[in-house]
Design a protein around this ligand. Structure first.
Ligand SMILES: Nc1nc2c(ncn2[C@@H]2O[C@H](COP(=O)(O)OP(=O)(O)OP(=O)(O)O)[C@@H](O)[C@H]2O)c(=O)[nH]1
Ligand SMILES: [Mg+2]
Length: 458
């Protein structure tokens, strides 16, 4: 028994990231690289591969048979399509389990068994749902206050107008009119969609924009009341009946917490050993100041709510046991190699405070920039007689574009950055694959694998 335990061990890896940060592409590439590790994958920094100790990797039936199987084959089919397509975007939860068989360097392990096996479990889910996590620590009133504080910024102030108008029609001291609540909730949902389309990142509650099987359910029919309305509910000279809209909205918010958010996290985020936090700094830079500032806000709100080690409701739900965590700026094939160090510094400036808390709790952290599926090649060009690096990649229409996308700022940019310097790239498409079992081109996935798995494969 002890022998088995020594030879076989297990890691549950949390892949965390906002919507479109690159989680599904990362998991697809991770499976692809490990399966092809002995057959074409470029993984020089993964010691078990460079030491020639990896025996093989295979997929096993996942631990939770009630959730979908991670659609790796479908993703590879998309990538080998002509023209190649990105893996489909995620609208539900799925899982994958990999068995990694290797020769251990530990004499004790080798005495027990010739080979050891590391079991790796990963869960994929829509990034939209992740931002619901901080809601567990918020009551309805605080949520409303935060919401109105947040919409003061930029275009959100304009986008909110139709919802604000609809909200003004409601009398919180009347009896509930369910149809009226439903139609105001619809305006609220439209506002969240408009923010998403405009490139904002802090979209909450997440199920409103990606409801899955909850589409049309009353638990998604609530919204924040205005600060004036909030104040009027506290006016003790006017009693609020249990059947008033204000009470119902609060009840729905609490039902959303207990019936939607909590079960999701309880079921899928129970126990992790290692964590990767993906941050798509480059798309946010590309979209402009509003998107970048919102990304920073969303990431810090999220990380603040993890409170690694602190005893709170999330701690009880997560019971986090994480000993290693890596922050990774995704899609780094959008910039030239000379800009990669700046991208890591930019990422570090976004997560600085949260990282200090996490390290204080004894969790080893690292930061890096990577590309799960590399779409570009690097070439040279001349500007004013000086050589510069440029990128070449295929646009969505298949045409090839050569460009210098811009300098990456090494810390969160000040206001004048957005006026002075442009940063621009199209959504490149993946390169054509010869077949769907080929190793995917990537940047630094092997560094990430070494950080999260390396010590377990010694
Ligand atoms: N150039 C480049 N683009 C990438 C890379 N990874 C992801 N992308 C782009 O980002 C999009 C979103 O990637 P996904 O992996 O679906 O992101 P996600 O975090 O799973 O998104 P949700 O499931 O919606 O939360 C892809 O469709 C690609 O357009 C990468 O390594 N390089
Ligand atoms: Mg996804």
């Amino acid at each position: 028994m002890l022998g088995n335990r020594l030879a076989d061990h297990h890691i549950s890896l949390a892949v965390t990231g906002l919507s479109k940060s690159g989680k599904t592409a990362f998991i697809t590439s991770l499976i692809n690289q490990l399966i092809n590790a002995r057959d074409g994958a470029q993984l020089p920094f993964l010691n078990v591969v460079s030491d020639n100790r990896l025996i093989g990797v295979k997929r096993e039936v996942q631990p939770d048979v009630t959730v979908s199987r991670f659609a790796y084959e479908q993703g590879m089919e998309n990538l080998s399509n002509i023209p190649p397509l990105w893996p489909n975007s995620t609208n539900g939860v799925s899982q994958v389990r990999l068995l990694i068989k290797y020769k251990s360097q530990s004499r004790l392990r080798r005495l027990v068994s010739q080979h050891s096996t590391l079991t790796l479990d990963i869960t994929d889910y829509p990034g939209e749902w992740l931002l619901d996590l901080p809601l567990l620590e918020t009551d309805y009133q605080t949520w409303c206050e935060r919401f109105w504080e947040d919409v003061k910024d930029g275009d959100k102030a304009t986008l909110i107008a139709p919802f604000k108008e609809a909200l003004s029609a409601i009398n919180l001291h009347d009896e509930v009119d369910e149809m009226q609540l439903q139609s105001i909730a619809l305006r609220f949902t439209e506002y969240l969609h408009a923010c998403k389309d405009a490139g904002y990142q802090l979209i909450q509650p997440g199920r409103f924009v990606l409801p899955g099987e909850l589409d049309g359910a009353p638990v998604l029919q609530f919204f924040p009341i205005s600060l004036e309305q909030l104040a009027s509910t506290k006016d003790h000279t006017r009693s609020i009946s249990q059947h008033s809209p204000a009470s119902l909205l609060q009840q729905r918010f609490e039902q959303y917490q207990s019936k939607v958010v909590k079960p999701f996290y309880k079921k899928h985020f129970k126990r992790f050993d290692r964590q990767i936090i993906l941050v798509d700094c480059l798309s946010a830079l590309n979209l402009g100041a509003h998107s970048f500032n919102d990304l920073k806000k969303a990431i810090n709100w999220l990380l603040g709510s993890f409170h690694y080690g602190r005893s709170n409701i999330l701690k009880r739900i997560f019971a986090p046991n994480i000993d290693k965590l890596i922050f990774a700026a995704s899609k780094s094939d959008h910039i030239t190699p000379d800009q990669q160090p700046n991208l890591v510094k930019l990422l570090e400036s976004i997560v600085h405070e949260a990282r200090q808390h996490i390290q204080y709790e004894g969790v080893a952290t690292e930061s890096t920039a990577f590309s799960a599926i590399r779409t570009t090649s690097v070439g040279q060009s001349q500007v004013n007689g000086k050589p510069i690096q440029v990128l070449s990649g295929a646009k969505e229409d298949g045409s090839i574009l050569n460009l210098y996308p811009g300098d990456v700022p090494s810390q969160c940019p000040e206001d004048d950055f957005w006026d002075k310097q442009g940063f621009s790239f199209p959504n490149f498409m993946p390169k054509a694959l010869a077949h769907d079992r080929q190793a995917l081109p990537h940047i630094r996935i092997d560094h990430i694998l070494q950080f999260v798995l390396g010590d377990k494969l010694e």
